[in-house]
Ligand binder design. Structure first.
Ligand SMILES: NC(=O)C1=CN([C@@H]2O[C@H](COP(=O)(O)OP(=O)(O)OC[C@H]3O[C@@H](n4cnc5c(N)ncnc54)[C@H](O)[C@@H]3O)[C@@H](O)[C@H]2O)C=CC1
Ligand SMILES: O=C(O)C1=N[C@H](C(=O)O)C[C@H](O)C1
Length: 239
């Protein structure tokens, strides 16, 4: 397939390598320094775009893809409080996009495990829950998009939590997300349930960025033949 890479940093470059090795063609590489190249790009030659840029840029990039009828798989985090607006723009303009806070299959399994554990904990009020994420120091957003997805999974399934905060909290209804920045961590997410007698920890540790990149390429290959606003759930259920 012909892929347009919007964002060509750590993720864009790795996707370039893995997609090219797998026989795909990269038809454009957009960074903050050459966004004007989009104006002259042959959009008819693009099957799908993969967007890994930065929080401030993602929405304009997604809207550009929608305007040009290019399905786009979006990995950029830190803007999802505006997802509803982008969903509506996509539906209104007959576009196709999918955003995932984390494209790795392992993390998406971990999301399910998190929800199951949260459900079980409804009848175990002696356990206090908290979460932590660890990433490299170049990361622009905190907490991570993945940790927000984890927090929402807990809030949706554990009755005693109704919101999250990015700090330690004593408010019983608030869920703590602790963010640590340590190089070269590609991404670690941890959920802990602690009682006076024990602790249950579950943790996903990315060993490299390869799982994110492979997941994004697999999603892009599927998304190019879809229509509308899609989710990782849709992808995992159909593939
Ligand atoms: N969903 C997932 O599985 C994953 C998501 N991410 C997220 O992806 C994003 C990118 O991560 P990295 O590649 O590590 O960042 P990076 O900082 O290495 O690269 C960012 C790239 O975006 C480009 N860029 C900046 N403004 C732009 C604009 N207006 N238009 C086009 N390109 C622009 C930069 O020039 C650079 O090439 C972050 O938000 C990160 O949190 C990262 C890894 C996995
Ligand atoms: O910025 C990163 O590196 C990552 N960002 C995503 C996030 O915010 O959750 C996914 C992954 O953890 C790596």
């Amino acid at each position: 397939m012909n892929i347009l890479l919007i964002g060509y940093g750590k993720m864009g470059q790795l996707i370039d390598k893995l997609a090219t090795d797998a026989g795909h063609q990269i038809v454009g590489k957009i960074t903050i320094d050459n966004t004007a190249d989009l104006q002259t790009l042959d959009t008819e030659a693009v099957d799908v775009a993969i967007e890994f840029s930065q929080p401030e840029a993602a929405i304009d990039n997604i809207k550009w893809c929608i305007d040009h009828q290019i399905p786009v798989a979006v990995g950029t985090t830190g803007w999802l409080d505006r997802k509803q607006e982008v969903d509506e723009y996509c539906e209104l303009n007959n576009g196709t996009y999918l955003v995932a806070s984390n494209f790795s299959i392992g993390v998406n399994l971990f999301f399910k495990l998190n929800e199951q554990l949260a459900k079980l904990m409804n009848s175990q009020s002696q356990y206090a829950v908290s979460t932590k994420e660890i990433h490299h120091t170049h990361k622009l957003d905190a907490p991570s998009g993945t940790s927000i997805s984890i927090a929402n999974g807990i809030i949706d399934h554990l009755d005693r939590k109704t919101s999250w905060v990015n700090e330690e909290t004593d408010v019983p209804t608030e869920l703590t997300i602790i963010s640590e920045r340590i190089d070269p961590a590609p991404g670690t997410h941890e959920i802990s349930y602690t009682s006076s007698v024990d602790t249950i920890d579950i943790r996903h540790t990315a060993h490299s960025r390869e799982g994110f990149a492979k997941g994004a390429i697999a999603v892009a290959a599927w998304l190019k033949d879809q229509k509308g606003v899609k989710s990782m759930e849709d992808f995992l259920n159909q593939v």
